[in-house]
Design a protein around this ligand. Structure first.
Ligand SMILES: NC(=O)c1ccc[n+]([C@@H]2O[C@H](COP(=O)([O-])OP(=O)(O)OC[C@H]3O[C@@H](n4cnc5c(N)ncnc54)[C@H](OP(=O)(O)O)[C@@H]3O)[C@@H](O)[C@H]2O)c1
Length: 254
């Protein structure tokens, strides 16, 4: 059966990988973007509350992957209100972040508020929390490596996951029955920050000294306690950080 699916964030790192999977499965996919992009796209802004009703009209499945530095809670509330009002939506899928309820930092708190908009929407939903994508970690290290000395936050660990693995899981979830909150999806290994930095420097042919730093306050304590990690009962992606670094295509398309 062919479904009409709206993907918000369908132009982003994750969304660009999800959209072709849904299309390949034979579904009609509409992508919401803030910019005019042509057929198969609708123009709208979830934070400003523009173009959302038109985007959800006649849609059965909404895959909400849009995100930005600010306002993801507002965006989710606006989208959910429109989706519930559309009358056609029977499945709402949302991607959140591992540790949304445990790390006391703005981005995590906003993700938690967005989750609450979804879970309280009255719409059948599926909620997947994922760890940091390889692309994000790579981009962060790229910025840090512009400095002559790279800060190395002691006790910070990450378990980065490949956005292709997250995309495959999301496409499967979107096309299945609404499942509520599903097990978190992480990468196959936990890395200390200096391991990630050294792997990056080596593959980029760079050398930099590392400067040990301590993340202050509550956020630092949460990170050192591993509150941003999911160590038990999770789904685990296939591709490792090393696979990502070795695969020039994945780095080039990040
Ligand atoms: N990156 C990670 O490590 C990670 C980890 C776990 C969860 N997540 C979540 O996964 C989602 C996707 O992440 P990503 O890395 O793929 O993001 P991304 O590459 O930064 O892309 C952001 C997407 O959101 C859209 N967008 C941003 N603000 C919007 C607005 N006001 N209205 C409508 N669309 C808007 C953008 O579309 P246009 O520019 O075309 O408008 C773009 O497609 C986010 O919700 C993020 O919180 C990310």
């Amino acid at each position: 059966m062919t479904h009409t699916i709206l993907v918000t964030g369908g132009t982003g790192t994750l969304g660009k990988r999800v959209v072709p999977l849904l299309r390949a499965a034979g579904h009609r996919v509409r992508v919401l973007s803030r910019h005019q992009r042509g057929a198969d796209y609708v123009t709208g802004d979830l934070v400003a509350g523009e173009g959302i009703q038109a985007a959800v009209a006649g849609v059965e499945i909404v895959v909400h992957l849009a995100g930005g530095p600010k306002g993801d809670d507002v965006a989710a509330r606006n989208l959910v209100r429109a989706a519930a009002g559309a009358g056609s939506v029977r499945h709402l899928v949302y991607i959140s972040v591992v540790g949304a309820d445990r790390v006391p930092l703005g981005w995590f708190r906003t993700a938690l508020a967005a989750e609450r908009a979804v879970t309280g929407s009255g719409l059948p939903y599926t909620l997947l929390r994922a760890a940091q994508f390889h692309e994000i970690v790579f981009g962060m290290l790229e910025k840090m490596a512009k400095l002559p000395v790279i800060p190395n936050p002691g006790g910070l660990r990450l378990q980065p996951v490949d956005s292709r693995d997250v995309a495959a899981r999301l496409a499967e979830l979107a096309l299945g029955a609404p499942a509520g909150r599903v097990p978190d999806l992480t990468g196959p290994a936990v890395y200390k920050m200096d391991e990630l930095i050294r792997g990056y420097l080596e593959t980029q042919g760079k050398r930099r000294p590392l400067l040990p730093i301590r993340i202050p306050g509550k956020a630092g304590r949460a990170y050192r306690a591993g509150e941003n990690l999911a160590l038990e009962g999770t789904d685990v992606g296939e591709r490792t950080w090393e696979n990502f670094l070795a695969d020039k295509d994945s780095v080039a398309t990040r």
